[in-house]
Design a protein around this ligand. Structure first.
Ligand code: SME
Length: 178
């Protein structure tokens, strides 16, 4: 049995794949609801955390416009280590408290940055990045990973993006930890 693919997903039986169709004309809260449904469906039947992070990174990339990087850093032995992502090769290890990702991990709080050049300690992995959203993924109250989104558009992320990605993070937390 496969998981229900969510409202905008279609299970391609022969190909063994989900076919999702993000409708970018939808209001952002609806888009995020659909994205979260799709992510839930994708991770529902799989226990491997890396596979699940890889598919969620792909969904983020497919669903959200104006991104140049989308993916995960995982907490391993007290530091952030690069996880599945789409975008240019990135910084592999980030200490807690360092950069936007390290701040999100250390504080356990979402970091929304309109202009990364104005963020003290920002780590530039891709010179195109102008705005960044980093959302911690919590399990049993502990940060186990962060979701990192970069955009070449200054001020790209707003409160609806924060809410949408925080909901997504809560929905997949169990499925990305091995
Ligand atoms: N800019 C991040 C580093 C990770 S890359 O954006 C992929 C930071 O300041 O933590």
């Amino acid at each position: 049995m496969v998981a229900a693919p969510g409202k905008r997903g279609r299970w391609l039986q022969e190909a063994g794949l989900y076919d999702f169709a993000p409708d970018r004309t939808l209001a952002k809260p609806v888009l995020y609801r659909d994205l979260t449904d799709a992510a839930r469906a994708l991770v529902a039947e799989e226990s491997d955390g890396v596979a699940n992070m890889a598919n969620v990174a792909a969904l983020l990339w497919q669903w959200l416009p104006q991104l140049n990087w989308a993916g995960f850093y995982r907490v391993i032995d007290g530091e952030l280590v690069l996880g599945p992502f789409i975008g240019k090769p990135a910084c592999i290890r980030i200490a807690f408290g360092q950069g936007v990702c390290g701040a999100a991990a250390a504080l356990g709080k979402t970091q929304r940055v309109d202009d990364v050049h104005a963020f003290p300690g920002h780590i530039a992995c891709d010179a195109d990045s102008a705005a960044e959203l980093v959302v911690p993924v919590l399990r049993d109250g502990k940060v186990i990973a962060v979701i990192d989104l970069d955009s070449p558009v200054r001020g790209r992320f707003d409160g609806e993006d924060v809410e949408g990605i925080e909901r997504l993070a809560a929905a997949i937390a169990e499925a990305i930890a091995n």
